[in-house]
Design a protein around this ligand. Structure first.
Ligand code: T46
Length: 388
């Protein structure tokens, strides 16, 4: 709820007021229909005090159960479910309050049932109408708006890429936010809940993930975006050479220390670590591609050429110092050539070992890559994200 108020502000408050108006309207209608002025046992004056109980319970339920969560962008189905949940909880609480305070006998139960039935209908209808009206009044964006999800290592690159696509990045969700409130003047968010609130109340058109494996996107955020009918899109690269932070001691006898940090340097979950040792110069290994596995390669000792082939062109990256890393996304054919005997290759991998996930035949790789590219290109043309 804190995030809803923070990003929704007056828009969010307007929904609370709308709920109260719907509640009063539903009660007046129910009393009008059911409370017979000639029937002495109940009259509206007595009944009106129940509306106060209902209003208090309504506010309590909204606050405690966060039933207005993402109300601005809910689908009709979600709206019906959330409003139903709100009504059921409120009804149960009212029953508990009334019948434990013995006040229940003073009221017509049928009127209460009717009032809640009307309240449900009003709630759904008013929420839907109000959000369409608010959206119509807030106008269209000149450029598509986006939330960029990335790591602090790739944030500048990601912003540059989206800038090229003429996309207006409104917020950045840094996977590991080290107390950065903004990057290049664009505010950051710290949690998936905050990201979901921004997407909702700032009416973000799309979430872009840059330089991350999709496994790093929290499942709850994916679900929240689905509920808001919003797509994810990858602005991707095949590989990246990165500097590995290395602390060189002034006194050479203490050597150097290099380190990599999860979520900042390593843009995928680490499920496996392996290393290749006892090697001779001119050793050739590899000759395969991965369908799923993301990797980070580094060579803490020696010199190794990594020849990469994306099916169209080849590139060679030489790993020749501990302060150099190579991130490889899936779909790249690779060959490793040891330039110096004893060189050590270390690999951090996103997947457990699975022989089925390798492509070891080059023709098969070309075929696989062609299909993958065609899929990616058609997605770009239709501007539809592939993760949702
Ligand atoms: C890669 C490059 C850089 C396992 O049983 N578990 C493992 O985790 C790995 C990595 C390998 N193996 C077995 C499978 C083979 O029978 O070890 C044997 C040698 O593996 P492979 O021929 O795949 O080794 P490389 O050097 O060609 O490739 C390895 C990795 O497999 C690969 O993912 O990208 O290093």
């Amino acid at each position: 709820m804190k995030n809803q108020i923070r990003y929704g502000k007056l828009k969010y408050v307007s929904f609370i007021l709308l709920d109260l108006i719907a509640l009063i309207g539903a009660n007046v209608l129910a009393a009008h229909i059911y409370l017979d002025p000639n029937y002495k046992r109940y009259d509206f004056q007595d009944y009106s005090s129940i509306i106060l109980y209902m209003a208090a319970i309504d506010l309590l339920v909204t606050t405690v159960f966060n039933t207005l969560d993402r109300v601005y962008r809910r689908s009709v189905r979600k709206e019906v479910i959330a409003s139903g949940k709100h009504i059921v909880i409120s009804f149960v609480l009212l029953a508990v309050v009334l019948f434990t305070t013995k006040a229940g006998a003073d009221y017509s139960r049928v009127t209460v049932y009717l009032a809640y039935a009307f309240y449900f209908v009003f709630l759904v209808a008013l929420h839907l109408c109000w959000k369409y009206l608010l959206k119509a009044c807030s106008g269209k964006h000149d450029r598509p708006t986006a939330l960029l999800m990335t790591t602090d290592r790739f944030v500048d690159e990601g912003l540059e890429e989206l800038n090229k696509l003429n996309i207006d990045v409104r917020n950045i969700y840094l996977l590991k936010n080290l107390n950065k409130d903004a990057v290049n003047g664009i505010p950051t968010v710290r949690t998936w809940e905050e990201a979901a609130a921004v997407i909702c109340w700032k009416w973000i058109d799309k979430v872009y993930i840059y330089g991350l494996d999709h496994q790093m996107v929290p499942g709850f955020l994916i679900k929240a975006c689905k509920d808001m009918k919003l797509n994810f899109d990858l602005v991707d690269f095949n590989y990246r050479v990165i500097d590995v932070t290395t602390i060189q001691n002034e006194d050479p006898k203490y050597g150097a220390l290099s380190f990599l940090e999860g979520k900042r340097d390593i843009p995928f979950p680490i499920r496996r670590v392996y290393w290749i040792t006892e090697t001779e110069a001119d050793l050739h290994r590899g000759f395969h591609a991965h369908k799923l596995n993301c990797q980070l390669l580094y060579c803490p000792y020696g010199k190794i050429d990594i020849i990469l082939d994306d099916g169209q062109q080849k590139t060679t990256v030489t790993l020749d110092k501990p302060g150099k890393g190579l991130i490889l996304m899936p779909g790249l054919w690779r060959e490793m050539v040891w330039q110096q005997s004893g060189s050590v290759l270390c690999v951090l991998a996103s997947e457990y070992y699975d022989a089925q996930e390798y492509i070891r035949n080059y023709d098969e790789f070309i075929e696989y890559n062609k299909k993958y590219r065609e899929g990616a290109d058609s997605l770009k043309q239709t501007e539809k994200g592939f993760h949702s």
